[in-house]
Design a protein around this ligand. Structure first.
Ligand SMILES: Cc1cc2nc3c(=O)[nH]c(=O)nc-3n(C[C@H](O)[C@H](O)[C@H](O)COP(=O)(O)O)c2cc1C
Length: 172
């Protein structure tokens, strides 16, 4: 894949297009994990892009990034729908998803996480703040590195509900 690097100030554009992300983490025991997250958005861009992700505090993803203080948001495409649903159906506490689902991957640029091959781009973040509200956590991440293919936003997977997902497809 031919990924172009985005500066820390313009990285928010990768998520301005909206869409589901796969949060990629590494746990304290060394297990790499990934989970689909539909709820996330940019909240700032200067001096670096900042994002918020809404995570259930019971998820392994939350445990992982609370300890490592870093995570990546992988931007999947519609052809990866099965992978998205698989990774959303089991916890990384119970299984090594990369092994269980034979997920091909490549290493992230600045942090120690695995990214599934075939994604349209990704955003690496350090955790700058965690706000817990009941069983939901707002995880704020400051971008460390971001990259995407040309026209990534057309090919991004968007999730509405169990029966509805789409990719924007064309500029209007
Ligand atoms: C399409 C889809 C979207 C999801 N969006 C979210 C979300 O925004 N926040 C969240 O906490 N969980 C979300 N989930 C649920 C988690 O991905 C799921 O519980 C996952 O198995 C958690 O894995 P983990 O325990 O390894 O972190 C979503 C699941 C799917 C299938």
């Amino acid at each position: 894949m031919d990924y172009r690097e985005y500066s820390k100030a313009e990285a928010y554009k990768l998520q301005n297009a909206g869409g589901l992300v796969m949060i990629c983490t590494r746990g304290v025991g060394g297990r790499y994990n990934l989970a689909p997250i539909a709820w996330s958005c940019p909240i700032d861009y200067a001096p670096v892009s900042r994002f918020v992700c809404v995570l259930d505090t019971g998820h392994q993803t939350f445990t992982d990034l609370s300890a490592s203080r870093e995570f990546a948001m992988a931007l999947p495409r519609p052809s990866q729908k099965d992978l998205i649903l698989q990774c959303g159906s089991v916890s990384g506490a119970a299984a090594d998803k990369y092994e269980a689902f034979s997920i091909p991957y490549f290493g992230a640029n600045r942090i120690d996480v695995r990214l599934p091959q075939g994604i349209t781009g990704w955003i690496e973040c350090s955790v700058s703040r965690v706000i817990v509200e009941g069983t939901s956590a707002l995880v704020l991440g400051d971008v460390l590195y971001a990259a995407a293919i040309e026209g990534f936003w057309k090919e991004r997977f968007h999730y509405v509900d169990e029966g509805t997902s789409f990719a924007p497809g064309a500029e209007v």
